[in-house]
Design a binder for this molecule. Structure first.
Ligand SMILES: Nc1nc2c(ncn2[C@@H]2O[C@H](COP(=O)(O)OP(=O)(O)OP(=O)(O)O)[C@@H](O)[C@H]2O)c(=O)[nH]1
Ligand SMILES: [Mg+2]
Length: 324
């Protein structure tokens, strides 16, 4: 199994803080196979809907504010007023926010909102920002129209649908209009317009998450996978868990030590997963053939432990982390 090979290849150096891997060995992985074909269709649909949009709201994960944004979306963005919502701020280390804003500004991306759409934090800032931005740029269509038509775009699972639902909760006191889920690919097609505000009259169009056909480097792909933008089985849970451990140590985020009752921080994913499996009581019955007959023995379930480790990160149980 590829994940196991990578595990064996992972170089572990010592066990105390300050003695961790300085770079990650991806074992020659190719990210091309992580791009699901249905995304090309989503992208085509978005191109045609774009003609009717006044403004684009790009949603991205605040834990990877600088990497993993779809470059094709960026091309499209050049011709529209654009707001970047860095969502899931509740899961990201807030100390990096000023540096992130500065970095994005240098890339001509200056309308940025950190938000938590699950708990409606900072979401109220968005409608006035859209109104101001559209008001100060020439309308692209229906000059007589006073309503706003906005398209919500971004890579999978970053919270595009959650943003629409949050806006409706805040401005219209209305319930869910578009489905939300923990796996990438919940929104399958460009949806019809959903009203999110009365004054000004504003409609949002939800879109399926689309990854770039070329993800760039494998490290970007791995970060996207940890944030749930790529299906776990395409990448492999072992390598994801190992990269996560590498990233946590690099950020000096050692909350996992206490959570899984390790003696100290370490860079050995095998050891960490052993503790995760023990902490969650994760065992697996395995049949062993012996000379005197078959016996069933209980073994630690490492694949389940790897998945649990990644899930704990995604839920914020390992602390607020910045992967970029
Ligand atoms: N912690 C946290 N979770 C969030 C936030 N926003 C969304 N989520 C969760 O992230 C997951 C994905 O949310 P969706 O709104 O379905 O994301 P999407 O971008 O529409 O996903 P696709 O349609 O699959 O591309 C869900 O489990 C949400 O509950 C947030 O601000 N904080
Ligand atoms: Mg969605």
């Amino acid at each position: 199994m590829r994940g196991c090979e990578a595990l064996l290849r992972a170089i572990t150096v010592g066990s105390g803080p300050g003695r961790f891997r300085e770079c990650f060995d991806f074992g020659g992985r190719d990210v091309a196979s992580w791009f699901p074909g249905h995304m090309a269709k989503g992208l085509r649909q978005m191109r045609s809907s774009l003609r009717r949009a006044d403004c684009l709201i790009e949603v991205h994960d605040a834990r990877i504010p600088l990497s993993g944004r779809n470059p094709i979306l960026k091309e499209v963005l050049g011709i529209r007023p654009h707001i970047l919502v860095l969502n899931k701020m509740d899961l990201a280390d807030p100390s990096h926010q000023p540096a992130v804003l500065e970095h994005l500004k240098q890339q001509q991306c200056s309308h940025v909102v950190f938000a938590d759409c699950k708990h409606d934090v900072n979401v109220k800032k968005i409608v006035p920002m859209v109104a101001k931005l559209v008001g100060s740029s020439p309308r692209y269509h229906r000059a007589e129209s006073t309503e706003y038509s906005i398209m919500v775009i971004g890579v999978p699972n970053v919270g595009k649908s959650s943003l629409i639902n949050s806006l409706r909760r805040l401005h219209l006191k209305k319930g869910k209009a578009t489905p939300v889920g923990g796996d990438p690919g919940v929104t399958k097609a460009v949806l019809t317009r959903i009203q999110v505000c009365e004054k000004p009259l504003m409609y949002l169009v939800d879109t399926p998450g689309v990854l770039a056909p070329k993800l760039g480097d494998v490290e970007t792909g791995m970060k996207l996978a940890l944030c749930g933008a790529i299906r776990d089985h395409l990448v492999g849970e072992y390598i994801m868990a190992d990269y996560l451990l590498y990233a946590l140590n690099k950020q000096q985020q050692f909350r996992y030590v206490q959570r899984y009752r390790l003696a100290e921080a370490c860079d050995d994913i095998g050891l960490v997963l052993r503790h995760v499996a023990l902490a969650q009581g994760g065992t697996q019955k395995v049949k062993v053939l012996t000379g005197t007959g078959n016996v069933n023995i209980m073994m630690l379930n490492y694949p389940a432990a790897a998945l649990e480790f990644v899930r704990d990160f995604r839920a914020g149980r390992l602390g607020r982390v910045m992967l970029d």
